[in-house]
Write a protein that binds this ligand. Structure first.
Ligand SMILES: NC(=O)c1ccc[n+]([C@@H]2O[C@H](COP(=O)([O-])OP(=O)(O)OC[C@H]3O[C@@H](n4cnc5c(N)ncnc54)[C@H](OP(=O)(O)O)[C@@H]3O)[C@@H](O)[C@H]2O)c1
Length: 252
C-alpha cells in the first residue's frame, strides 16, 4: 500500500532513541522530510546517520528540552522554518515516573510537563498553520490506562488521551486528525535498562502478560504511526490505538 507520505514534512520528538527513533526511521523510509528533536545531540546524530545509511536525506536536528515552554516555542518556529511548514507532528518524548504515595508537587509537575504539557504546547504552536492549510496529523505516543501501581507518567498520559479526544473534535472538519498510540512493552532504553533490566524479569513478565510472547520493537509502533500520519487515515481521529501484542491489561 502506498501511504502517500512522500514529500510530507514531520517533526518527531523523542527521536534520539526507542520509539521516537523508530518512528523517524519508518517515516524517512516513506519519503517524509524530518526534523528530529531530543536533548541529546549525539544520539540524534546516530539516528540521523542510520537514516542517511538507508539512502534518505539527512534529517534536520534540533536539540531542545521540551519541558521548557520557551524552548517548545523556539522548536516549533525553527522546525516550521526548516521544512517550510510541518504536516505531521509526532509527540513521542516522555518517560515513566513510578512513585510512592507521597511524592511532592515538584515530582508530579515534572511528570506532567514531560508527558503531557510538552505535547499540548507543541501542538498548540503548530496547529494554527495546519488549520490554515486544512491538513495536519498529530500522533501522540501515550501509555497504559490500567496501571498496576502508582506512576505519575500514567496519569499524564491519561490527560493526553482525553485532551487529544477533545481536540480531535474541534479540528476534524479542518483536515487535522489527532490520535494516540498506546504502547504495551516496546524494546527501548527505558524498558530494557530500567523497567526490565534482566532477561529473567523480561521472560517472567512476558509469560504472565503478553499473548504475542515477546516485547514489541519501536518499528511496530512506527508502522501504526505512519498509517495514522497518512492521507489515507483521514477518517480516523480521536482514537487511542494499542500496540501491545495483546497485553490489554483492562481485559484481565
Ligand atoms: N517503551 C515502552 O514500552 C513504553 C511504554 C509506555 C509508554 N511509552 C512512551 O513512549 C514514548 C517513548 O518512550 P521510549 O520507551 O522509546 O523511551 P526512550 O527510549 O527513553 O525515549 C524517550 C525519548 O524522549 C526524549 N526526552 C526525554 N526527556 C526529554 C526532554 N526533557 N526534552 C526532550 N526530549 C526528551 C529522549 O531524548 P533525550 O534523552 O535525548 O532527551 C528520548 O528520545 C514515551 O512517551 C514513553 O512514555 C513507552
Amino acid at each position: 500500500m502506498d501511504l502517500k507520505l512522500t514529500g510530507k514534512s514531520a517533526l518527531v520528538t523523542g527521536a534520539s532513541s526507542g520509539i521516537g527513533a523508530g518512528i523517524a526511521r519508518v517515516l524517512a523510509d516513506e519519503g517524509v522530510q524530518l526534523v528530529m528533536t531530543a536533548t541529546n545531540r549525539e544520539r540524534l546524530e546516530t539516528v540521523a546517520d542510520e537514516i542517511v545509511a538507508a539512502g534518505h536525506e539527512k534529517p534536520a536536528l534540533v536539540t531542545a528540552d521540551i519541558t521548557d515552554p520557551q524552548a517548545v516555542n523556539s522548536l516549533a518556529e525553527e522546525a516550521q522554518g526548516i521544512l517550510e511548514g510541518i504536516d505531521i507532528l509526532v509527540n513521542a518524548a516522555g518517560s515513566s515516573r513510578p512513585t510512592d504515595t507521597q511524592a511532592d508537587d515538584a515530582f508530579w509537575e515534572e511528570a506532567f510537563e514531560l508527558n503531557f504539557s510538552s505535547a499540548r504546547r507543541l501542538t498548540q504552536a503548530l496547529l494554527p498553520a495546519m488549520r490554515k492549510r486544512q491538513w495536519g496529523r498529530i500522533v501522540n505516543i501515550s501509555g497504559t490506562m490500567e496501571p498496576r501501581s502508582l506512576n505519575a507518567a500514567s496519569a499524564a498520559k491519561a490527560a493526553l488521551h482525553v485532551w487529544a479526544k477533545g481536540l480531535s473534535c474541534d479540528v476534524a472538519a479542518e483536515g487535522v486528525t489527532v490520535n494516540c498510540v498506546a504502547p504495551g512493552r516496546i524494546n527501548s532504553a527505558q524498558i530494557r535498562d530500567r523497567l526490565h533490566p534482566t532477561e529473567e524479569s523480561r521472560q517472567e513478565f512476558i509469560a504472565r502478560n503478553i499473548p504475542a510472547g515477546t516485547f514489541g520493537e519501536p518499528e511496530d509502533m512506527a508502522y501504526m504511526t505512519a498509517f495514522l500520519a497518512s492521507p489515507l487515515a483521514w477518517y480516523i481521529t480521536g482514537a487511542v490505538i494499542p500496540v501491545d501484542g495483546g497485553m490489554h491489561y483492562f481485559a484481565h
